[in-house]
Design a protein around this ligand. Sequence first.
Ligand code: SAH
Ligand code: SF4
Length: 368
Amino acid sequence: MKKDKKNLLGCNLSEIEAIIADLGYRKFHAKQILKWVHKRYITDIAEMTDLSNDLRDKLNKSTEIELPALISEDVSKDGTTKWLFNSGIGQAIETVYIPETDRGTLCISSQVGCALDCSFCATGHQGFNRNLNADEIISQLYFANSSLPRRNNGLPAITNVVFMGMGEPLANFKHVLKAIEIMLSDHAYGLSRRRVTLSTSGIVPNISQLSDQCNVSLAVSLHAPNDELRNKLVPINKIHPISDLLDACWSYAKQQSNRYITFEYVMLKDVNDTMNHARELYRLLINKPAKLNLIPFNTFDGSNYKSSSSNQIKKFQTWLREKGIIVTTRKTRGDDIDAACGQLAGKVNNRVLSRLGKKSVKTSNLQQ
Ligand code: SAH
Ligand code: SF4
């Protein structure tokens, strides 16, 4: 029977050191291996020419560098690119590249589907299939950097990573943390903590854990200024209400010398976009290390919401800004290829779920 090989893609420095030590070699080779994989993007261990033939042979027997297969690529008229990767039989995830003049942002997925069931989100509508492993998470960055041309300054294409694709990253804590470690490692992608943003709908205990272990930039999907409404839009709120969520956020910010936390707020017509909602939001966020990011709602098959009008979004934004809240409105990118926020994998997972005969998995089935 074929022995399963360990995928080097998802291994952090200490794991590779352990592999090397097991093979009877000194640990410093681990740094060389990380560089071959994540800076030179090789997939064949034989190409690691600064390792001895014997070590390469031994590594080849127990490890591999294996990427998920690309199923499709869509390029939007604004340059946004969406890739669909195979994540096993009947399963797929999406990754979105958003080019801008001063940066290249990669929006990555952390789970196949999502269990949290937010009522305005295509991924939530499809239910939960499984957590991605660290290698499947990091392979999205590996793929983008290895296939896109380098930037004008010679650096890799991706300058920023946001966990805003499919899934709730804090519900897949262990693998997400390991992937972040590889993103931040100088021997791998060398991204600064400020350029990696984790977006969460509010799994409060894991926000504190994240702050203890790895303080990347934090974005929080608030979407409602009171518990009654948030319970409907973001059902995890019934377990972790707004006051607990915000306490965890302010502690997180404090641990990072009061660095700002971004609060995402999807603008839903007549649901959360009135001036009363703006007043409630003001009371929650004033004099706090908070930036508010309004997101025009992106529609998808089967959704019952409409986006607020651009006039209403402007009015909401101006009122809050004049009151002293830092507010921006997110520019919608890639909506012609269904790559905008909240649209990911709607169609794919519909197909997956009908094939598997699965129903949506609710919050009670949330995997930690
Ligand atoms: N699960 C995480 C990260 C993925 S979603 C989270 O919820 O934060 C990334 C962002 O897109 C979140 O702020 C999410 O609320 C938002 N979003 C989801 N569906 C959307 C839609 N249909 N239109 C606009 N934004 C949406
Ligand atoms: Fe999951 Fe985030 Fe979508 Fe909510 S908004 S269902 S947490 S992916």
